[in-house]
Design a protein around this ligand. Structure first.
Ligand code: URA
Length: 312
């Protein structure tokens, strides 16, 4: 028999499915008229196309600091778009975006990486770095994210934890590790006498990838100069990589997390050699609670390392 509980569970799974797929817009408090937005965006694009055309350029979108605009290869027919009222070109992928419109998308190439290096290298303080990152247009993830997720905790804390990329909750609040995995992380920190005020937390990639997909290698490379400078400016005594992606991209190794976790290494940045360790990502622990005992060992070893390095 199909009970009300079954119906509720089915609805919950459907919502979970939508959320996992990145379709969270319908949960906004205010209704969004996507048709009106499509038309606005189409008008903007049309204006940019005409301007580019009059300058003899075959591309769409203004030149960006930190990246070259993408050529306009989108179809205006079929599933990707169509022709709107008064002959305007309507794109199907046109949600409003905080860091610009999709016409601002850039080619994720070496130029974007070198402009990230330049912007990050010029930052004198963490606030300055955050400011530069918020103005950096070389990573297209900013176009779909709601917020820049720069850091949480206390800059200058002895421990710096680094995750991979924000999820939905982090994107909404603009703070790393505030969702379910963040709550588990808080408990793990609490177990060794730490909390958010005694650590500093950031991610390799500071914008949420749509639908929580894994950041592409290009996105990671483009964002890397910023996290490197963030480590340099935060000057932690100890670094903890949360999960394989964070450890592998910063340590530049191919080993899996099973092999990497729990082994103390040194991470050289800005003329300092910082003791670092990788451990399981809390999201993985939520799926595989049996591995918590190994994480517990890693956190005890972190506690011991902090005691060992306390008066250096
Ligand atoms: N997972 C991460 O790697 N980072 C966050 O901020 C949240 C979840």
């Amino acid at each position: 028999m199909h009970t009300p509980d079954d119906a509720r569970r089915e609805l919950e799974s459907l919502l979970d499915f939508y959320l996992e797929s990145g379709l969270d817009c319908f949960l906004e408090e205010e209704a969004v008229d996507s048709f009106a937005l499509s038309e606005d965006l189409a008008r903007q694009q049309q204006a940019m196309r005409s301007a580019a055309h009059s300058r003899g350029m075959p591309t769409l979108g203004p030149a960006q600091p930190g990246g070259r605009p993408l050529p306009d290869t989108r179809s205006t027919h079929g599933a990707q778009g169509g022709v709107g009222p008064q002959g305007t070109q309507v794109s199907a992928v046109n949600a409003p975006v905080p860091g610009g419109t999709f016409a601002d998308a850039v080619v994720p190439d070496k130029e974007a990486v070198s402009s990230a290096r330049e912007a990050a290298g010029a930052a004198k303080t963490l606030d300055d770095l955050k400011q530069r990152l918020s103005q950096f247009s070389g990573c297209n993830l900013r176009l779909t994210a709601k917020n820049l997720v720069f850091a949480d905790g206390t800059p200058g804390a002895r421990v710096m934890l680094i995750g991979e990329a924000p999820g939905r909750d982090e994107d909404l609040q603009g703070r790393p590790f505030v969702g379910r995995s963040g709550q588990l992380l808080d408990k793990m920190l609490g177990a060794i006498g730490l909390d958010r005020s005694s650590v500093y937390i950031a991610n390799i990639v500071p914008w949420r990838p749509p639908g929580n997909r894994t950041p592409t290698p290009q996105e990671t490379e483009i964002c890397k100069p910023f996290i490197l400078r963030q480590i340099e400016l935060a000057k932690p005594d100890v670094l903890v990589f949360l999960g394989a992606a964070s450890a592998k991209s910063l340590l530049d190794v191919q080993d899996g997390i099973r092999k990497l976790r729990g082994r103390w290494m040194n991470f050289d940045v800005g003329g300092r050699s910082i003791p670092c360790v990788a451990t399981y990502h809390p999201a993985y622990l939520l799926r595989s609670p049996i591995e918590k005992r190994l994480s517990w060992r890693d956190f005890l070893s972190l506690q011991a390392k902090l005691a060992e390095t306390a008066n250096r």
